[in-house]
Write a protein that binds this ligand. Sequence first.
Ligand SMILES: Nc1ncnc2c1ncn2[C@@H]1O[C@H](COP(=O)(O)OP(=O)(O)OP(=O)(O)O)[C@@H](O)[C@H]1O
Ligand SMILES: [Mg+2]
Length: 502
Amino acid sequence: MEDNRVLEMRGIVKTFPGVKALQNVDFSLNKGEIHALMGENGAGKSTLIKVLTGVYSKDAGTITLEGKGEVAIHSPQDAQKNGISTVYQEITLCPNLTVAENMFIGRGEGKITNWKKMNEEADKLLQSLEIPAKAKQQLSNCSIAVQQMVAIARAVDMDCKVLILDEPTSSLDEQEVEKLFGLMRDLKARGVGIIFVTHFLDQVYEVCDKITVLRDGQLVGEYEIKDLPRVQLVAKMLGKEMDDLSDIKGEGGSYEGADADERVFEASELQSNAGIKPFDFYIKKGEVNGFTGLLGSGRSECVRAIFGADRVLNGTVKMHGKEVKIGKPLDAMKHGIAYLPEDRKGDGIIGDLSVKENIILALQVLTGFFKPFSKAQVNAFAEEYIKKLNIKTASVDTPIKSLSGGNQQKVILARWLLMHPEYLILDEPTRGIDVGTKVDIQKLVLELAKEGMSVTFISSETDEMLRTCSRLVVMRDRKVVGELSGGDLTQNKIMSTIAGDK
Ligand SMILES: Nc1ncnc2c1ncn2[C@@H]1O[C@H](COP(=O)(O)OP(=O)(O)OP(=O)(O)O)[C@@H](O)[C@H]1O
Ligand SMILES: [Mg+2]
């Protein structure tokens, strides 16, 4: 084994019923290295990590750790004991405890004998890692980014040699990502080996030293970052060259009906109980527009108010020029509005139901459960969207919880597309979705608009907004501060409007 090696996985095999999730995969990690694990949705990234952390048992292969030789890891506790720590995307801390309690709780090493000492130790560690939090602060008062860093601090203090971050950045804004990267670099300098899973290519090139690419459960290769330009990385992930991404807008034309100027939805002085300033908003037939602004600027709150997902306090809403009342999501759905929420875990996925049941759900709610669709219809709907969105699933009857993270998201997106709503609202529809499918989804949105659907789009990635939207509403501090269209639709213009530059 190379001197510098901290982890070596060889010939890892893992099979689920009907799925070869990992076929003879090798992976190795050096001390003080940040190593990206990349691949399309369902490629096997999370499975490899779960084998390493003892969540899944492997069918074959070996795991060797620096100084310890081959190790048997049968549970997350075994992994911990061997210095392997994981921070999952969903934060698994306790929000109603303090920062220090979260860092030390459940460690059972008898290390902490009293509260005072615990708080002191916590503050020391927070300081040394430059994490902007105090030991005695309640965790729920910290931003998501800081909460994530606390999770990392917890992991680090456990004598960690290998730190695994599975899509840690998908709910962070740019500044928060920078802070997280600072922390990662710091740990790297201390010799920790870091495995980083993400779908953001920019981030990979900013912070990583090496890349391992998986495709369909197989190892494609391991590369030094400097030897693998972006286009080649994408080609390796997809197994083919990707079409030019630059211009998908305008390619297929836009909606040309006689009613193209009609305002399908219009709100004035709309205000909800979620703390946003009253705002005006409209969308025309066949238009794609969007809300942009930093995370927490109120983008999501605006669309939640439109859909009746938060309680509306004030304002009027019109559809096709006629005043309507939208007090709750079902009212909105009855008026032909559909909404893909940002928080899919809380609002969307029903884990024990099958893929097809999850897809049909919203349409069934709308038509009423007493008028069920036939089995053949449901299967046909499900199969249509599995194909359209390239959903990787063993069958339509597979429980959604056994799909990879990105594929679960696609199922929820299918649920709303299937409704063929007149007005579709998508909040971060491509988060956690791989580059190839991202483009497919953007194209699908533009196609639907061309057929006359109106779509409001929210994404943290401004290039994605620029590629799909013809008009952007800009938000800052929970207030609408501008609107951009035509020649003003540029990255710079968005940034300066968000910043409030004149
Ligand atoms: N518990 C499970 N039961 C059955 N199949 C599973 C289970 N976990 C994963 N799979 C399957 O194994 C394959 C690899 O999934 P995995 O979660 O490792 O993908 P991933 O690379 O992490 O994708 P994503 O980017 O979407 O998170 C997928 O086809 C998935 O459906
Ligand atoms: Mg995954």
